[in-house]
Design a protein around this ligand. Sequence first.
Ligand SMILES: Nc1nc2c(ncn2[C@@H]2O[C@H](COP(=O)(O)OP(=O)(O)OP(=O)(O)O)[C@@H](O)[C@H]2O)c(=O)[nH]1
Ligand SMILES: [Mg+2]
Length: 369
Amino acid sequence: MGLEEEIEELREEIAETPYNKSTEAHIGRLKAKLAEKKEELENQSSAGGGDGYAVEKTGDATVALVGFPSVGKSTLLNALTNAESETGEYEFTTLGVTPGMLQYRGANVQLLDVPGLIEGAAEGRGGGQAVLSVVRTADLVVFLLSVFEIQQYDRLREELWNNKVRLDQDPPRVTVHRKHKDGITVNSSVDLVLDEETITQVLRERGFVNAEVTVGEHVDIDRLVDGVMDNREYLPSIVAVNKTDLIDPDYKPTVDEQLRERDIDPEEAVFISAEAERGLDALKERIWEELGLIRVYMDKPGRGVDYEEPLILREGQAVGDACEKLGGPFEKRFRFARVSGPSAKHDEQQVGRDHALADEDVLRILTTR
Ligand SMILES: Nc1nc2c(ncn2[C@@H]2O[C@H](COP(=O)(O)OP(=O)(O)OP(=O)(O)O)[C@@H](O)[C@H]2O)c(=O)[nH]1
Ligand SMILES: [Mg+2]
């Protein structure tokens, strides 16, 4: 039996097995096995092909623009960035990944126009695998949907899921330490939903014989498998609905309903027209928020505060991270810093490396000679 058939059989068996306490461990084992087989298949099919879609990551963050053919990805990229991506009335106008740079609030955000996802892409058909792997390197996924084809969202998410991208969730709190003896032991800081037997089976299937697994949340089988496989990417996502110039206002409630059916709050989706360049400011704002970027204005001795080119960091990053990004003497000869603005208790507050910065702080770093 070939790998693809084995995978198909596992899928069927999982679908046909009712889920309850007595079958849980069995399903856990099947799902772990399925994950392993998919991995094997992938390694086989990627062995020969090169990665034609490798795109160098540059800028402060990278955003993958994902959508079916002809939804307007290239049109949007061209409207938001300096890139010139070919657009067309026919599908698959863009076949490679086209990068462009969006300048917003002093940050350089790399946008990747990821060509129309292809049926079965995650299984490696039509070079789809290589295309999808680009998404894994991004910091944010923007789903671009045509206002008339909201249902495409389901397929897009599914393809990304199959390509080991987990959207809008934190990594599972599961850690596994290999040991030399004593079999598999399960530690937990919460009341487990899964039986220990299920957890043990999943680990065995993954090839562990002696190991200590620590579970820090109420994982289900899928999240347990993800945690054990350890090669999933966890990314936030947003939805942009394009071609809104083509609808009458009375069609909007229909679109909202279709979004709600997919757990997308219509208030959270961004309605745009890439062609008429409408809604683009709102989209940039959402991208900025979701990336969690912050601007830090550096106060440079003798030159004053630079409001033109802020240092771009992430929410939660501290003075030490700023020093690291600046490099050189700031990193090596850091003495202390002075912060004014949202994160400071008062102007010119003296702080150390651990002080967490906020958007629009003004920062002066003092170094030793
Ligand atoms: N009316 C309208 N047409 C649009 C809009 N955005 C894109 N289009 C048109 O839709 C067609 C497809 O646009 P593209 O930007 O090439 O789409 P794409 O997603 O890059 O397509 P592929 O490269 O084939 O995957 C073109 O004819 C665009 O002019 C929009 O907001 N409104
Ligand atoms: Mg295109």
